[in-house]
Design a protein around this ligand. Structure first.
Ligand code: ZN
Ligand code: ZN
Length: 281
C-alpha cells in the first residue's frame, strides 16, 4: 500500500462481529463468474484457479503457484432446499412463531378458580397449536412437516392460510412445509418478531434455504490420484457436486411448466439427498 492511499483511510471502530450463513447474494458475488456451473466438467475449470495440469488460471491470469488465491464458483439449484446442517435450528426457530401472523407464540398457563391449569393461546387460536417436526424420509432426505394436534377436530381448508407463502395444499393432520414457503416466511418476519427472536438467540437467515451451492476453488480440492487403472483418491465434495448437477439435470428435463406442490416436495428431497454431504462439509 503506498502513502497516498494510506492517508485516505477513514478511521473506524469495530463495534461487533457477527457470523452467519452465506446468503444467496454472497454466494453469487463471491463467485468469479456470473455464470453458474452447469456441467460436471466445469467443476475443476481453469477459472477456479490453480493448481492446474496445464496452462494458467483463467481468472487472475497467473501460472505461478502461490500467486493465485483461488476463485469460487456456484451451482444454481433448480429448486430451493433446506440447508441440511441447519434444519434443526430452523425448526426450533419456526416453532416459536405463529405461522399465520408471524408473531411469537405466547403460550401462557392460567390457573383457573377450580385449580385446573388452562393453556391460553393469545394469537390465532388454531394455528398456534401447529407443531413442526423434522422428518427423515426413507431415502434419507430431511424436511420439515407441520402437524396439528391429533385430538383437534380437522377442519376443511385448515392449511389454506399457508397459500400466501406458496401453495394451497393438504387436508390431513400433517402437511410438509416446503423450503420455498419457508423462504417467503423468513422474508416476511416483522421487525418486532426479529427483535424478539434475537433476544432468544435466533437470527432468521437467508442461508437456511439453499438456492445456490458454492463450488470450491481448485486449490481446495483434493486432486485425483490414480495408478492408471483405478482411482486411489478423489475429492468427496467434487463427487457430491457431480451428483447434484446430475440430479439438477434430471429435474430440469422432467419438468413441463412450473412445479406444483408435489413436484416441489419430491424435487427438493431428491436434491437434498445428493447435496447433503456437500453443504455439511
Ligand atoms: Zn487465479
Ligand atoms: Zn398468530
Amino acid at each position: 500500500m503506498d502513502e497516498n492511499s494510506q492517508s485516505s483511510i477513514f478511521e473506524g471502530e469495530i463495534t461487533g462481529i457477527r457470523f452467519g450463513l452465506a446468503t444467496q447474494k454472497e454466494i453469487c458475488t463471491a463467485s468469479i463468474s456470473d455464470c453458474p456451473i452447469s456441467h460436471s466438467s466445469q467443476l475443476t475449470n481453469p477459472f477456479l484457479g490453480l493448481p492446474l495440469e496445464f496452462g494458467k488460471c483463467e481468472s487472475c491470469g497467473t501460472s505461478e503457484p502461490g500467486k493465485c488465491e483461488g476463485h469460487f464458483g456456484y451451482i444454481d439449484l433448480p429448486i430451493p432446499i433446506y440447508h441440511p446442517s441447519h434444519i434443526s435450528e430452523l425448526k426450533r426457530m419456526l416453532s416459536l412463531i405463529c405461522l399465520k401472523c408471524l408473531k411469537l407464540k405466547r403460550n401462557k398457563i392460567q390457573i383457573k378458580s377450580n385449580g385446573i391449569a388452562e393453556r391460553l393461546l393469545s394469537c390465532c387460536e388454531e394455528c398456534a397449536q401447529i407443531s413442526i417436526r423434522e422428518v427423515t424420509n426413507t431415502d434419507g432426505a430431511c424436511f420439515l412437516e407441520l402437524k396439528l394436534p391429533s385430538r383437534s377436530r380437522l377442519r376443511d381448508g385448515c392449511w389454506n392460510f399457508l397459500e400466501r407463502y406458496g401453495f394451497r395444499y393438504g387436508d390431513d393432520f400433517t402437511r410438509p412445509l416446503l423450503p420455498c414457503e419457508v423462504m417467503q416466511i423468513l422474508k416476511r418476519f416483522p421487525l418486532e418478531t426479529r427483535k424478539k427472536l434475537s433476544g432468544k438467540g435466533y437470527f432468521p437467515q437467508d442461508g437456511y434455504i439453499l438456492q445456490q451451492l458454492p463450488v470450491p476453488p481448485n486449490c481446495l480440492s483434493v486432486p485425483v490420484v490414480s495408478d492408471g487403472d483405478s482411482i486411489m483418491s478423489s475429492d468427496l465434495s467434487i463427487s457430491m457436486l457431480k451428483k447434484v448437477l446430475k440430479q439438477a439435470e434430471v429435474i430440469k428435463n422432467s419438468r413441463s411448466g412450473a412445479p406444483n406442490f408435489d413436484a416441489h416436495k419430491d424435487e427438493a428431497n431428491s436434491l437434498a439427498i445428493n447435496g447433503r454431504s456437500v453443504s455439511s462439509s
